[in-house]
Ligand binder design. Structure first.
Ligand code: HEC
Length: 149
């Protein structure tokens, strides 16, 4: 093999190895929460629904349908959705910090619903977008701290 090519391959391997170990360290930083398998599936199902809900909210904001965005947020993510998602049933299995992040997300979603309705009155989407960022901050905060597998 050509010496230059060999050198390039060596470096590529080294860089890949560094990246691999970096991602392993990042993953170790999260707390593993062991849920009974059915509950884990239920929670992951809720998670995929959360993401779909965010998509729906952004789509409605894009059409200036503030009331639609507010209803979706309250019904699927807000305090009203908490019970439907079996939060009380799941809570005992979660570490305190995770429980708090979950509750904070439901509260933030209800605040977003209010902000979206205010935005409609004022004709200014910025307040709604800021409130939506606060909701998403709770998604990412919990994801940074915890994993299920
Ligand atoms: C209370 C903690 C918490 C909150 C809040 C939270 N998540 Fe999650 N989410 C998790 C955990 C834990 C996982 C599993 C991650 C893992 O095991 O690697 C997860 C996984 C996911 C997944 C992957 C689902 C799958 O099938 O693998 C998606 C998508 C997701 N979350 C979206 C969201 C969105 C969007 C929000 C905010 C609206 C959100 N999550 C809020 C804890 C949370």
């Amino acid at each position: 093999m050509d010496a230059a090519l060999e050198k390039t391959m060596k470096w590529t391997k080294l860089i890949l190895l560094c990246l691999l170990s970096l991602s392993a360290i990042a993953e170790d930083g999260r707390v593993l929460v062991e849920l009974p398998p059915m509950m884990r599936e239920h929670m992951l199902h809720n998670m995929r629904d959360h993401l779909e809900t965010l998509r729906g909210i952004v789509a409605r904001l894009g059409q200036a349908d503030y009331e639609g965005a507010a209803e979706l947020a309250e019904g699927r993510l807000g305090m009203s959705a908490m019970q439907a998602h079996g939060a009380a049933h799941m809570a005992p299995f979660m570490p305190e910090g995770m429980r708090q992040a979950g509750t904070a997300m439901h509260h933030a979603a209800s605040r977003f619903a209010q902000a979206a309705r205010d935005a409609e009155v004022r004709g200014d989407p910025a307040t709604a977008l800021r409130a939506l960022a606060d909701v998403m901050a709770q998604c990412t905060a919990c994801h940074a701290g915890y994993r299920l597998r």
